[in-house]
Design a protein around this ligand. Structure first.
Ligand SMILES: [Zn+2]
Length: 278
């Protein structure tokens, strides 16, 4: 998909199974199970969608999925399954060393697990030549999470990147390359960032975990995982109408069927019109 001089692809790091109730917060199961039917363990299948962006000379990767370091018990709990990110990159003729910049919208394991890998009993960055861009507040929180969200953070996904000197900690808005901007969008965590791509008069917006799937478009459909759900609500009211008004391409981090869509308002409801980005 091209936006002027910017080219981007959606590449999946496969599937993760998460508790359906936790994914839909206060929404009763009879409503969400129609859209996303759970398995016998009450889990729904989500995709871990990453973006590969070519902007000028830069090759930028947004999110790295869950990666391959999890132990067998956790891999079973989360039902981790391919296709895997590095295979997707290879299909685009990209090797890990070709990536110049990695953006993590936040540091939950399903967004940054592929930052690092194990080599001879040591955890090392997967992308040896990349700078990894993370919000400073998110990094500080990830290093000392609360009792409520500690299960989402694994230090080997990000502390090692810092130790290797490849981490850049950001404070708020940041321009990664011309037409590639990071926007602070708190709610899911206090310092989550979303990615806005613009070029050739068009815009695409990666919603990260503000709107993880098209099922989460209605305002009250907010994840139980969110630390600040009322802030998520405010940000949905800000960003979704803007995306509709301006005709943006919406990119969803976790939708297994619709990674990209145009958003429309019909009879007071927000709907998605799937878009093929390849
Ligand atoms: Zn998250």
């Amino acid at each position: 998909m091209k936006l002027g001089d910017i080219e981007f692809h959606v590449v999946s790091d496969g599937h993760v199974l998460l508790d359906g109730g936790a994914m839909f917060g206060v929404i009763p199961r009879p409503l969400w199970e129609r859209k996303m039917p759970p398995d016998a363990r009450n889990r729904i299948a989500l995709s871990m969608n990453c973006l590969v962006i070519h902007a000028g000379e830069k090759r930028i990767l947004v999110e790295t999925g869950a990666g391959g370091k999890m132990n067998p018990k956790l891999r079973d709990i989360y039902g981790l399954d391919g296709p895997f990110l590095l295979d997707g990159l290879r299909a685009l003729d990209l090797r890990p060393e070709d990536i110049d910049i990695v953006v993590n919208t936040h540091l939950h394991f399903d967004h940054c697990g592929g930052n690092t890998r194990v080599e001879k009993d040591q955890v090392v960055p997967v992308f040896p030549n990349a700078r990894y861009l993370v919000q400073e507040g998110e990094f500080a929180h990830a290093m000392r999470p609360t009792e409520r969200d500690t299960a989402s953070y694994f230090q080997e996904n990000f502390a090692t990147v810092g130790a290797a000197g490849q981490l850049s900690l950001l404070e708020g808005e940041h321009t990664v390359a011309p037409g590639v901007e990071l926007c602070r969008v708190p709610g899911h965590t206090a310092h989550m960032q979303c990615v806005k791509l613009s070029g050739g008069g068009k815009t695409a917006f990666f919603f990260a975990d503000l709107v993880p799937t098209t099922a989460h478009l209605p305002l009250p459909w907010i994840m139980g995982y969110d630390l600040y759900p009322m802030t998520t609500l405010e940000n949905k009211k800000r960003w979704i109408p803007e995306a509709i008004r301006e005709g943006w391409i919406a990119l969803f981090a976790h939708d297994p069927r619709v990674p990209a869509a145009y958003l429309r308002e019909r009879d007071g409801n927000w709907e998605s019109e799937p878009l093929n980005v390849d």
